[in-house]
Design a protein around this ligand. Structure first.
Ligand code: NAD
Ligand code: WQD
Length: 342
C-alpha cells in the first residue's frame, strides 16, 4: 500500500516542490494549507507536472480543532512534513506574537494530535538562521545555535526544542529537523516556483523581479564585509534538490533507518557564494542586464554562512546536484512564465 504523507504548507514554495517529488516517488499526498501565503492554482500546476492531483484541505493549523479534524478525517497518515509557517524575518520583528502563535502554535497542535492519534513521524522545516553568525565556517550540525536575530529565527529554535522534547517524551514519536540554507530557483517546468507577496525580501526573487522590470533596481546590501568581494556570503541551495531531501527524510523515518529519535541535518550545497557573484552569474546565464546599486548593509544581516554537508551527504545519501547556472536559469524562467515575458 502507498504510504500517505501529510504535507503542511504544501501549496507554498518549498512545499509544492516537495509534493511533486513525493508524488513521483509513489507517495500519497494530503496537502493542508490555509493559503495565507500561497495560491490554490498551485494545485493545478502540481497536477500538470505530476499527472496526479494531491488531496487538498484548506485549514489553519494554528487552530487546535481544525488541526484535530484533519487527523480524524485521515486516520492512516504515515508521516508529516511540516512546512506551514510565517517566514518574513522583518515582519516578525513587527508582529512577534503572530509569528510565535502561528509557527509555534501550529507545531504544538500537530504534535498533540500525533501523540493522540499515534502518528509517529515528523519532518520539520528549520533554518540556518538558528546558527546566527557562527564563529567557525562551514557550520556542522553540532555548531552551537545562537541567540536568534529575530522572532522568526527564534520560532525555528523553539520549534526544534519542542520537537526534540516531544520525541523524547512520547513513545513512538520520531522527528527530523532539516536546517535549510538559502533555497532558490524553481521547478524546471517553470510551473511552480516562489511567489512572494508584495516586495520580495529575498535576493533571488528581487533579482528576477528587477530583471522583469517590476522593480527599478536591485540594492546590494553592503560591499564592506570581510569577504573577497565585500558582499555577504550565503549557501544557495536549489529548491528541487532541497525537496528531494525531504523524500529521503520521510523514508528514513518510515523505514526506521534513523540513528536517534530526533535528528538534525544541514541542507545546503557546502559552497559559499557572494551576493555579487549571484548577481554576475544571473546576468551571464540569462543574458540579461541587471540594474543594481550598492547600498548600506541591511540591519540584522550576517556576514557569511555556508554548510558543512558531510553528515547529511553520508547519513541521508543525499547531495545537492543542480548547478548554480541551472538554478538561476530556472528562477528566471519561472519569473518570465508568470509575467508572460517571452
Ligand atoms: P511559503 O510561505 O511559500 O510556504 C508556507 C506555506 O504555509 C504557505 O503556503 C502558507 O499559506 C502556509 N501556512 C502558513 N501558516 C499556516 C497555517 N497556520 N495553517 C496552514 N497553512 C499555513 O514558505 P516556504 O519558503 O515554502 O517555507 C516553508 C518552510 O520552510 C517554512 O517553515 C519556512 O520557515 C522554512 N524555511 C524557509 C526558507 C526560505 O528561505 N524559503 C529557509 C529556511 C526555512
Ligand atoms: C541573502 C543575501 C542580503 C535582498 C533569509 C532568512 C533566513 C532564511 C533564508 C528562512 C543577504 C542580500 C538580499 C536584496 C541584497 N529564511 N540581499 N539585496 O537574509 O540570508 O536569509 O532567508 O528561514 O532565516 O533570514 O536571505 O535572500 O534575504 O539575503 O543584497 O534585495 O542577499 O543582504 O546578504 P538571508 P536573503
Amino acid at each position: 500500500m502507498k504510504k500517505q504523507i501529510l504535507v503542511t504548507g504544501g501549496t507554498g514554495y518549498i512545499g509544492s516542490h516537495t509534493v511533486v517529488e513525493l508524488l513521483s516517488e509513489g507517495f500519497d499526498v494530503v496537502i493542508v494549507d490555509n493559503l495565507s501565503n500561497s495560491d490554490i492554482s498551485v494545485l493545478e500546476n502540481i497536477e500538470k507536472i505530476s499527472g496526479l492531483r494531491p488531496v487538498f484541505e484548506k485549514l489553519d493549523l494554528s487552530d487546535a480543532l481544525q488541526t484535530e479534524s484533519l487527523f480524524l478525517k485521515y486516520p492512516n497518515i504515515d508521516a508529516i512534513i511540516h512546512f506551514a509557517a510565517y517566514k518574513a524575518v522583518g515582519e516578525s520583528v513587527e508582529k512577534p506574537l503572530e509569528y510565535y502563535s502561528n509557527n509555534v502554535g501550529s507545531l504544538m497542535n500537530l504534535l498533540s494530535c500525533m501523540n493522540k492519534y499515534k502518528v509517529s513521524n515528523l519532518v520539520f522545516s528549520s533554518s540556518c538562521t538558528v546558527y546566527g553568525q557562527p564563529e567557525k565556517l562551514p557550520v556542522t550540525e553540532s555548531t552551537p545555535r545562537r541567540e536568534a536575530e529575530s522572532p522568526y529565527g527564534n520560532t525555528k529554535k523553539v520549534c526544534e526544542d519542542i520537537l526534540r522534547d516531544s520525541v523524547s517524551a512520547y513513545a513512538g514519536m520520531k522527528g527530523i529537523a532539516l536546517r535549510y540554507f538559502n533555497p532558490v530557483g524553481a521547478h524546471k517546468s517553470a510551473l511552480i516556483g516562489e511567489l512572494p507577496v508584495g516586495i520580495p525580501n529575498n535576493l533571488v526573487p528581487f533579482i528576477t523581479q528587477t530583471a522583469a522590470g517590476i522593480r527599478e533596481e536591485l540594492k546590494v546590501f553592503g560591499n564592506d564585509y570581510n569577504t573577497p568581494d565585500g558582499s555577504a556570503i550565503r549557501d544557495f541551495i536549489n529548491v528541487v534538490d532541497l525537496a528531494k531531501a525531504h523524500v529521503v527524510a520521510v523514508d528514513r523515518l518510515i523505514n526506521d533507518n534513523h540513528k536517534t529519535n530526533y535528528e538534525v541535518f544541514n541542507l545546503g550545497t557546502g559552497n559559499g557564494l557572494s551576493v555579487l557573484e549571484i548577481v554576475e552569474s544571473f546576468q551571464k546565464v540569462n543574458n540579461v542586464n541587471l540594474n543594481y546599486t550598492i547600498v548600506d548593509r541591511r540591519e540584522g544581516d550576517i556576514e557569511k554562512i555556508y554548510a558543512d554537508t558531510t553528515y547529511a551527504n553520508k547519513e541521508l545519501g543525499w547531495k545537492a546536484q543542480v548547478a548554480l547556472e541551472e538554478t538561476l536559469a530556472s528562477a528566471w524562467n519561472w519569473e518570465k512564465n508568470i509575467r508572460n515575458i517571452k
